[in-house]
Design a protein around this ligand. Sequence first.
Ligand code: MLT
Length: 253
Amino acid sequence: MPSKHHLLLIHGFPLDHTLWQPNMEALARVAHVMAPDLLAFDTAEDVPAVLTMEHFAEQLKAQLDANGIQRTVLCGLSMGGYVALAFLERWPERVSGIILCNTRSIADTDEAKQGREATALDALAKGSAVIARAMVPKLLSEQTRSTDPELAKNVEAMIARQRPEAIAAASRGMALRPDRTHVLRATDTPTLIITGENDALMPLPTSEAMATAAPRSTLVVLPHAGHLSNMEAADGFNTAVVDFLRVLAEGEH
Ligand code: MLT
């Protein structure tokens, strides 16, 4: 039997590792899973004014090194996808596959950059709970919010417990990221692109464009799901990732 892949799950903004709670059991059956926290909401460490995607990628590389992990499959949702692409650009030899969920490879528009600064200022002035309330309707589809209010409550609590300084720093960091479509075009790494049919933040053409750019890609669109497709359509999401890992393992043996 082929050996298990390492799978590094990289959460989105402004969330934490509990984003992956609906996926852990299914994925741990087929891979060695790591799901670190990027924003370190539970420590007292000082937060820099800006947390760039490159900074997060370096942090993850250090964790892989510390655990003696040479190669891994990266799986990033939204901001986690930005980080995964920054990692792939810098250390392609460490990546055995890449899963990009509800994300994009292009840079922010000027208008989006202004929105990032407004979010940073709001987080610092009004606190994380205000950001949480404003974000939930954008993160979850209308259908999810009406059929699973418990999930909506959990996501709101997840955001509300992040530190405002970390939210501000990551928001400013996202604004600085470059277009990394060329990284996708140049990679020979097997690529899975997953999105939600009703993702209000990343419309379907964004994922289609990434699928076109990446030479060895598969695109999976999960019906009824919004931006947090791994939570909103967990069964479909898990199946897509497990199938991808299986094909990857078969290709290597
Ligand atoms: C995320 O879910 O990580 C963010 O919505 C990404 C973004 O704002 O671009």
